[in-house]
Design a protein around this ligand. Structure first.
Ligand SMILES: NC(=O)c1ccc[n+]([C@@H]2O[C@H](COP(=O)([O-])OP(=O)(O)OC[C@H]3O[C@@H](n4cnc5c(N)ncnc54)[C@H](O)[C@@H]3O)[C@@H](O)[C@H]2O)c1
Length: 446
């Protein structure tokens, strides 16, 4: 049992005005639970804002590496991390260390289970940690993306189990993370949505986040904050699905979808450009709307757009494979036995993250249809590239003997001219050739 647990917490009344003033002033310690793509950049943001940081993670090796100044997150450099550690930030695998912090922010995974239902086990484990370490005067804020109601259902009982009274001893809020890996916008530059489980909790949370980021937007409840994040990512999922469907329609009309989106985007109002691709990937867009749909089903609230968008996006890899098959047939070849090179495995450009990447789905399907599959990605480490049995192609200058290449991720560091020169046919699912200039004759748009 950790220090500050249910047996040591005193019921008492916190002076909210004084707490808010202290949080605004920056003389406090942030505890981050979960040091991944979200938690680590947040910890660095706090260090830059002059706030002390204790980062907690259950993976001891990760903690040791972080204390040694070695970052596993692309958006945080080793130098930046080492400087943070030198200035006092520390990382721990002992949850008891969280009892000493003033604000606990939870950034643990919220994946989908086998049947694409929410896997709440990480949030539940983090809530259990809170129930053991929470003490009077703390703010607990959940940042993991999840369905509306999670903060009230999991964290309010957790602080209760610690023997604390909400809004008297302890404060609870939800604040969605909007970080965009690979984007130059940093955490402190992205407006932060904050919703407490009560007005008092909102006030305390707004003070803490106001110290960390340039702009805080307070909403009336934790549920509204939870739903805001899901609206943002459902909006992306639905619009990407729309343009993915239109890409297939455009091909039927022998029209280049990229030309059409580019033309529509000249309209100064009422249109926002979304671009087609081989599907959606990463930790957010394919998953988050499912959290909402799952909970909405229980409430008998229809989510038809979410369901349709998921259907269209999940089937894009089938469409890509069908197009590769068509291109081979036109050259008198078949998919079975053909040598097909996938270019890009990460789920989006210029990053190494291949979680939930549709590129993997495309390559799997090609393999199942008998193609010999190669893969090239300058960002993803070779061990992960070859994990599914693909032939790893490190250097496009040495390309020989491939029938078709499929551009699945539009990394900047790919030699696209060389690719089009060395492979007889290229299917460009990302519109990268069009963006770079005149499209070579052997390159087809999605
Ligand atoms: N990655 C993104 O771009 C992004 C953007 C916005 C929101 N989110 C959301 O943020 C949350 C975290 O995502 P991520 O990408 O940072 O995940 P991640 O897998 O990169 O990192 C999560 C970390 O939490 C640790 N962890 C797991 N269980 C724990 C526990 N009980 N206690 C302490 N640490 C624990 C893991 O070891 C890991 O280091 C998810 O809900 C995700 O949907 C992610």
């Amino acid at each position: 049992m950790s220090a500050g647990g249910g047996d040591t917490a005193m019921a008492g009344t916190v002076d909210v005005g004084a707490l808010v003033a202290r949080l605004e002033g920056g003389d406090w310690t942030l505890g981050v639970v979960g040091l991944g793509y979200v938690g680590l950049p947040l910890a660095m943001t706090a260090v830059r804002a002059g706030v002390d940081v204790v980062g907690f993670d259950v993976v001891a090796d990760r903690v040791a590496a972080l204390n040694g100044g070695r970052s596993h997150v692309e958006d945080v450099t080793d130098d930046e991390l080492a400087a943070a550690v030198a200035s006092g930030a520390r990382f721990t695998a002992d949850e008891a260390d969280l009892a000493a912090v003033d604000v606990i922010v939870i950034a643990v995974p919220s994946p989908l289970g086998r049947n694409r239902q929410p896997d709440m086990s990480f949030i539940e484990a983090a809530a259990a940690t809170v129930s053991r370490v929470a003490r009077p005067g703390q703010l607990v804020s959940l940042e993991s993306t999840t369905y509306p109601g999670t903060t009230e259902e999991h964290l309010v009982p957790a602080v209760g189990a610690a023997g604390l009274t909400l809004d008297e001893d302890v404060f609870v809020a939800f604040s969605p993370e909007r970080i965009d890996p690979g984007n130059t916008l940093q955490t402190h530059e992205i407006p932060k949505i904050v919703g407490g489980v009560s007005a008092v909790s909102s006030r305390v949370a707004a003070a803490a986040y106001g110290r960390l980021v340039q702009r805080v937007h307070v909403v009336g409840s934790a549920r509204a904050a939870e739903l805001t994040k899901l609206l943002e990512n459902t909006y992306r999922s639905v619009n990407i699905a729309l343009v993915n469907e239109l890409a297939q329609v455009a091909h039927a009309f022998d029209v280049d979808i990229w030309e059409v989106v580019e033309a529509a985007a000249t309209k100064p109002f009422g249109f926002q450009a979304f671009y087609p691709g081989p599907g959606v990937g990463g930790h957010c867009i394919p998953l988050d709307p499912q959290y909402l749909a799952w909970r909405a089903r229980e409430l008998r609230a229809p989510t038809r757009f979410i369901d349709l968008a998921e259907d269209v996006n999940l089937h894009m890899p089938d469409y890509v494979v069908a197009r590769v098959g068509e291109m081979l047939n036109a050259a008198g070849k078949a998919l079975n036995g053909a040598r097909v090179l996938g270019v890009g495995l990460a789920y989006k450009r210029n990053i190494a993250d291949d979680r939930e990447s549709p590129a993997r789905e495309v390559l799997d399907r090609l393999r199942r249809r008998g193609a010999v599959v190669g893969v090239h990605d300058p960002h993803v480490p070779a061990a992960r590239l070859g994990a599914d049995g693909s032939e790893v192609v490190a250097d496009l200058a040495a390309l020989e003997g491939w029938d078709v290449a499929v551009v699945l991720t539009d990394h900047d560091a790919v030699a696209y001219d060389l690719l089009a020169a060395r492979v007889p046919q290229v299917l460009d699912t990302r519109g990268v050739y069009r963006r770079r200039g005149p499209v070579p004759g052997n390159v087809a748009a999605l």
